[in-house]
Ligand binder design. Structure first.
Ligand SMILES: [Zn+2]
Length: 243
């Protein structure tokens, strides 16, 4: 058991933690940099999101302020854009970038963007499977030592549950990338930022994307690790080598 924990640390946890840490550092640094830079139009995050959505023909989306930093999100169930207080009221490039990115999700929803639909469909399954995967994998690992016949199927079930969470993290990538892409174009089209100001907003959004990328990579690596522990990875590799 000790050996498993050590190799898990080295193979998965450490690179994952370093990657996620670097990404979140980048987000904080870039956000802070453009938090002190205003725009010519001088709109708040909330005003910018509202104008962007209006220009894109979305009029039934509510915009609310929520407490917390970087807690901004769009809730498709109630068609509500929730912006953190520092974004809702601020007039910085950072605030406008984040607000318009969230408006990008509302736009995806209004236009039935397929990856968003898929992501929303995965939410309930993912929350269940991410709670279950670890205990099932642990149980499988334990059983494998005493009754291998039962251990293997339980371990594989655990891997399958974990695969749902990994799929969710991967499906999140096109959704986040597309929301930022929509924001960058629509911000300029609506005259919220000028062509020379959009670069800063883009940097904030690109940094935010790195955190989703780090999460997806960590998730895939963890899944590969469990498949390796279950011996499935070796079988796949040797099958490929024989061809
Ligand atoms: Zn997003």
């Amino acid at each position: 058991m000790m050996g498993m924990n050590m190799s898990y640390m080295l193979m998965v946890m450490l690179p994952g933690m370093v990657l996620s840490g670097l990404a979140s550092m980048m987000v904080k640094r870039t956000f802070a940099k453009y938090e002190n830079v205003g725009t010519q139009r001088n709109m708040t995050g909330a005003e910018a999101a509202k104008l962007m959505l209006e220009r894109q023909g979305v009029t039934d989306c509510k915009i609310e302020a929520v407490s917390g930093r970087l807690s901004d999100h769009y809730d498709p169930r109630v068609k509500t854009l929730r912006l953190s207080e520092p974004v809702y009221n601020a007039r910085s490039i950072s605030a406008i970038g984040v607000a318009c990115h969230e408006a990008g999700h509302a736009l995806q929803h209004a236009q039935s963007y397929p990856w968003l639909k898929m992501r929303s469909a995965l939410v309930p399954v993912t929350s269940l499977s991410s709670k279950m995967s670890m205990p099932v994998i642990m149980l499988g690992g334990l059983l494998l030592q005493f009754v291998p016949v039962f251990g293997m199927p339980v371990l594989l079930l655990g891997c399958a549950l974990f695969a749902v969470a990994a799929t969710f993290a991967v499906v999140t990538l096109p959704v986040e990338w597309d929301a930022s892409k929509r924001a960058k174009t629509a911000m300029v089209d609506a005259g919220i930022v000028s062509q020379s100001e959009v670069g800063g907003a883009g940097s904030v959004l690109n940094a935010a994307f790195l955190t989703y990328l780090a999460a997806a990579i960590t998730s895939i690596m963890t899944m590969l690790y469990y498949l390796h522990r279950a011996g499935v990875l070796q079988r796949i590799l040797s099958a490929l080598a024989r061809r």
